[in-house]
Design a protein around this ligand. Structure first.
Ligand code: PRP
Length: 195
């Protein structure tokens, strides 16, 4: 049994199907890192992961940037934590800042790293916050995108994969703080999140 077959045979309760396995996530991360390393070849980048969802993707992207040829002193890692108010599976558009970066972004080349851009409110808020702090440049990278859900237009310079119109968990994405630790992205059974 290969790892993918093993995952499918041992899906946790509530998980219907693996949508993107660890191999697909890794290949996507490497593809994004190659583009970013080329674009930032002469610059230092402040990589800002958006907690909690982008925890794993930020770590893996930073290591992929190193493999793609970026020098150790070209990459600084930081994190910001935000949360969007909303019901179980759709955010309301109100974004709350829970933890700010520890680095100053003024004069820096800032790359915001998101696990997913859905209706766009979170990234729109973050671009406004960072944009008001005088960065040298500002760009965003998202592993997953749901462009068909967008409520607010927001640029995403680096997009990994288009997510299906399903409730997706794993690799940082949660349902009520569960499932984040799964090494793949998976679709939940609707009975989990429908009352
Ligand atoms: C999720 C996700 C993004 C945001 C995207 O975070 O990690 O940050 O929603 O949604 P949007 O485009 O509709 O605004 P969430 O607020 O659920 O917090 P979490 O990362 O801690 O799970």
């Amino acid at each position: 049994m290969n790892p993918t077959e093993f995952e499918a045979a041992t899906l946790p309760e509530g998980v219907a199907e693996v949508v993107f396995d660890a191999e697909a996530i890794g290949a996507t991360t490497d593809r994004l890192a190659a583009r970013i390393a080329t674009d930032y070849r002469d610059r230092k980048v402040l990589v800002v992961g958006v907690l909690k969802g982008a925890l794993f993707f930020t770590a893996d992207l930073a290591r992929a940037l190193q493999r793609a040829g970026m020098a150790p002193d070209q990459i600084t890692l930081d994190f910001i934590a935000v949360s969007s108010y909303g019901n179980a599976h759709r955010s309301s558009g109100e974004v709350r800042l829970l933890k700010d970066t520890s680095e100053s972004v003024e004069g820096r080349h800032v790359l915001i790293v998101e696990d997913i851009v859905d209706n766009g409110h979170t990234l729109h808020y973050l671009r406004a916050v960072f944009g008001g702090r005088g960065p040298a440049s500002l760009a965003a990278c998202a592993l997953l995108d749901k462009p068909y859900h967008r409520c607010v237009e927001v640029p995403v310079e680096y997009v990994g994969l288009e997510a299906p119109d399903e409730f997706v968990v794993g690799y940082g994405l949660d349902y009520q703080e569960s499932y984040r630790h799964l090494p793949y992205l998976a679709r939940l059974h609707p009975w989990v999140y429908r009352d």
